[in-house]
Design a protein around this ligand. Structure first.
Ligand SMILES: NC(=O)c1ccc[n+]([C@@H]2O[C@H](COP(=O)([O-])OP(=O)(O)OC[C@H]3O[C@@H](n4cnc5c(N)ncnc54)[C@H](OP(=O)(O)O)[C@@H]3O)[C@@H](O)[C@H]2O)c1
Length: 221
């Protein structure tokens, strides 16, 4: 298996390269200067993309043309890009997740049970990230908000975003009634949690047929 890493010089890229190299797994590092026309794929290649919405289309096109499974954690994508991902899934296996951690997948699952308290509580999601994060609200915030809205079947105020310092990612979901509050909080303690999750997804995806998958499919095995 060879792992083709986009944005290899970036924060996530560096974490992926470090983990893959420590396991002696073959890595191809792509940078802004890499020429995709010169990149050749083997039947055992898989893409792991943590780059930017600007680069996403290019690398997805390359994956489709070369029939290479495609894992992406890039956030800030447009509706058109999500459509493109869906279309690609008729040719190759694709998996996109705004948060590659097991913990967030579990929090997302728990949120579905908030249907039971919907009538008596108000809800609010807050998210905190490092000062370099480009998109706001975070992809994870948007993802959790969609689950929450479906579960409680009512409008929920916009996700509140805080940017500062080196925070890897904190997501907090408040439920508030007249008499009590519940806060469900996930904190990423390092960046490797996302990189390890993405590697797990890539290994799993490489043995799937064409289709669109999410992290819950990986957890379910
Ligand atoms: N799903 C998750 O679990 C998760 C977790 C963390 C982050 N993310 C997301 O992953 C993405 C990357 O995050 P990061 O913190 O690693 O960002 P980062 O440190 O800014 O790294 C981005 C990388 O992508 C490259 N890049 C950006 N635009 C490019 C372009 N047009 N062409 C070629 N290369 C380009 C950058 O190259 P240069 O250095 O040359 O600019 C850099 O290597 C963001 O969308 C972030 O929100 C997702």
């Amino acid at each position: 298996m060879s792992f083709i890493i986009t944005g290899a010089s970036g924060r996530m890229g560096q974490s992926l390269v470090k983990i893959l190299s420590s396991k002696n797994l073959p890595v191809i590092e792509l940078s802004r200067k890499s020429d995709l026309e010169e990149l050749s794929a083997s039947s055992k290649s898989v893409i792991i993309d943590f780059s930017s919405p600007e680069y996403f289309d290019k690398i997805l096109d390359w994956s489709i043309a070369n029939k290479v499974p495609f894992v992406s954690g890039t956030t800030g994508l447009t509706d058109k890009q999500f459509e493109k991902l869906k279309t690609a899934s008729s040719d190759i296996p694709v998996l996109w997740a705004p948060n590659m951690s097991l913990g967030v997948a579990f929090v997302n699952k728990l949120l579905k049970s908030y249907s039971e308290i919907a009538k008596d509580f108000d809800f609010q999601i807050e998210e905190f990230h490092h000062r370099h994060k480009v998109d706001s609200p975070s992809g994870t915030g948007i993802f959790l908000q969609e689950t929450l809205k479906k579960a409680v079947n009512k409008e929920v105020p916009e996700v509140l975003s805080v940017r500062g310092g080196g925070i890897y990612g904190v997501h907090k979901i408040w439920a508030m009634s007249e008499e009590e509050t519940i806060s469900l909080e996930h904190q990423a303690l390092n960046r490797d949690v996302f990189a390890s999750g993405a590697i797990k997804c890539a290994l799993w995806l490489s043995s799937q047929s064409a289709g669109q998958y999410n992290i819950e499919h990986v957890i379910a095995g």
